[in-house]
Each structure stands twice: as structure tokens, then as C-alpha cells.
Design a protein around this ligand. Structure first.
Ligand code: CO8
Length: 258
């Protein structure tokens, strides 16, 4: 499979997707989002892959949707073509965990793409923002929905309405980012986290991803019930027997279903 807008690689049990439109700070278009979908299809089907990392360049994770490409759009072009957003939830529907490793700008659709990932690790150079208001549009791929869930209404309103950027330290304080690391350590840290996850039982990892995502999309009662049922189901797994036996025997678990 050859790609035009991304680079696709594997590192151990980790699938690595690097956004690769350096001339436009990795601005997103339909072709790029479709390629991410294809790469995820491949990694999902590959039993040697247990987790995926999506990253960009030192300067930009992605500076948003491609403004030049959409500048002349009519309402009909955007609506009928379901511009960019048509394949947007693919990261979420990927059952294996996806980590965003963000350095530099993650703006507009770039911030939204990072937020569809399960875990967000930022370089100390990262800058997050939803500056669409400056272009006479609003966020269109989850910015007004995922950002308030991640950082609360006050900060989401601030970012979406003023278009100011939030640096990595603020993003970590606000809860958007799980860790901030020096820029030159970003990829190593993200790959190490992904490799750790890929070493665990894949069905359990998938249950965790599905359950945590429920917390965003359901009432508390429904989410808790879903979690409890998944928890019960985990006792049907050989990996549960192995994981608990290994703990009792003070050795490292050898999970069968990775
Ligand atoms: N689209 C297209 N090209 C871009 C984009 C973009 N979003 N961002 C940067 N570029 C291009 C620039 O035009 C420039 O190209 P050239 O060298 O040919 O002139 C090159 O990348 C380098 O950019 P700058 O010279 O501007 O670099 P600076 O370091 O001076 O500035 C910034 C960096 C601050 C990131 C600046 O480029 C900027 O403000 N970019 C636009 C940010 C923005 O507004 N993003 C939101 C876009 S709208 C959006 O994402 C809506 C999403 C809706 C849902 C769809 C899902 C994707």
C-alpha cells in the first residue's frame, strides 16, 4: 500500500502513522483522512499490532483543515460532499488504542484529530487551539463537543471564541493532555506507552477503550452498567486467569491474546 499524505511504519507491536504534508503544516484534507483510515484498517487487521501512534512533524501535528482547499466552498459543496468529516470518526471506531503524539501546532481540525485519539501525549512545544472563528467558520469535527468534555466549558468557550492558543502546560493542567515531555523525547515516549499497552491482553485493552469512551457518550448509570458487564465478561478470558495467576506467583504475565 502506498500513501501520499502520510508515512506508515511499524515499531515492534506498534503501528506508526506520521502526517506528512510539511509544506502546509500537515493541513488536513479528505485524501489524508482517508489514508489514515486505510492505515488503521491495516493495523486493525494485523495481529502483530497492539496499539497505534499518530504523530506529525516537529513544527506541526496539523494546523487544521486545508484552508486553501475549502476557501471557495459553497454550502452545497460542504454538505453534499460531507467535507473531511465523512471519515472522521475512524480513529474512534478503531478498536485498538490510538495515541496522538503532538508537537507544535494542533489547531482546528488538527486539535480535533488529536482529541479523537485515546491518549494525548504532548511535546513541550505543543500549541492547541480552535481558531476557526477567525476564518468565519466554527469547529466542524468535534471541537465544540470534545473540547468542553476534555477541558470544561469555560476554557472551551475561551479557546473557540477568542481563537487563542493553549500551550502544552496549560493543556496538561486542563486535562486535555495526559503527559508533557521534552520535544526530542516525544516519539520515544509515545512509542513506549504504545508498546506497554500492546503488551497487555488485547481483548482487555479493547474493553477498556470501549468502556472509557462510554463515559463521554452516555449517562453515568448507563456507562457504569456497561463497565460492569465488560468487567464480568473479562472473567471469561484466559488472559484474566494468566494475569491473576502471574500476580499470585510473583512473575510477569504471559498474555496469550495480544
Ligand atoms: N491550511 C492550508 N495551509 C496551511 C494551513 C492550513 N490550515 N496552515 C498553515 N498552512 C500553510 C501556510 O499557508 C504556509 O504555506 P506557504 O509557505 O505556501 O505560504 C505554510 O503552511 C506555513 O505556514 P505559515 O507561514 O503561516 O507558518 P507560521 O509559522 O507563520 O504560522 C500558523 C503557523 C500559526 C499555524 C499559521 O499557519 C496558521 O494560523 N494556520 C492556520 C491555522 C488555522 O486557522 N487552522 C484552522 C483551519 S479551519 C479547520 O481546521 C476547520 C476544521 C473543520 C472540520 C474539518 C475537519 C478537518
Amino acid at each position: 500500500m502506498s500513501y501520499t499524505h502520510i508515512l506508515v511504519d511499524t515499531r515492534g507491536r506498534v503501528g506508526l502513522i506520521t502526517l506528512n504534508r510539511p509544506q502546509a503544516l500537515n493541513a488536513l484534507n479528505d485524501a489524508l483522512i482517508d489514508e489514515i483510515g486505510l492505515a488503521l484498517d491495516g493495523f486493525e487487521a494485523d495481529e502483530n499490532i497492539g496499539a497505534i501512534v499518530i504523530t506529525g512533524s516537529e513544527k506541526a501535528f496539523a494546523a487544521g483543515a486545508d484552508i486553501g482547499a475549502m476557501a471557495g466552498f459553497s454550502y452545497m459543496d460542504a454538505y453534499k460532499g460531507d467535507y473531511i468529516t465523512r471519515n472522521w470518526e475512524r480513529v474512534k471506531t478503531c478498536r485498538k488504542p490510538v495515541i496522538a503524539a503532538v508537537a507544535g501546532f494542533a489547531l482546528g481540525g488538527g486539535c480535533e484529530l488529536a482529541m479523537t485519539c485515546d491518549l494525548l501525549i504532548a511535546a513541550d512545544t505543543a500549541k492547541f487551539g480552535q481558531p476557526e472563528v477567525k476564518l468565519g467558520i466554527l469547529p466542524g469535527a468535534g471541537g465544540t463537543q470534545r473540547l468542553p468534555r476534555a477541558v470544561g466549558k469555560a476554557k472551551a468557550m475561551d479557546l473557540c471564541l477568542t481563537a487563542r492558543f493553549m500551550d502544552a502546560a496549560e493543556a496538561e493542567r486542563a486535562g486535555l493532555v495526559s503527559r508533557v515531555v521534552p520535544a526530542d523525547k516525544l516519539l520515544d515516549e509515545a512509542l513506549a506507552a504504545a508498546e506497554t499497552i500492546a503488551g497487555y491482553s488485547l481483548p482487555v485493552v479493547m474493553m477498556i477503550k470501549e468502556s472509557v469512551n462510554r463515559a463521554y457518550e452516555s449517562s453515568l448509570a448507563e456507562g457504569l452498567l456497561f463497565e460492569r458487564r465488560q468487567f464480568h465478561a473479562a472473567f471469561a478470558l484466559e488472559d484474566q486467569k494468566e494475569g491473576m495467576a502471574a500476580f499470585v506467583e510473583k512473575r510477569k504475565a504471559q498474555f496469550k491474546h495480544r
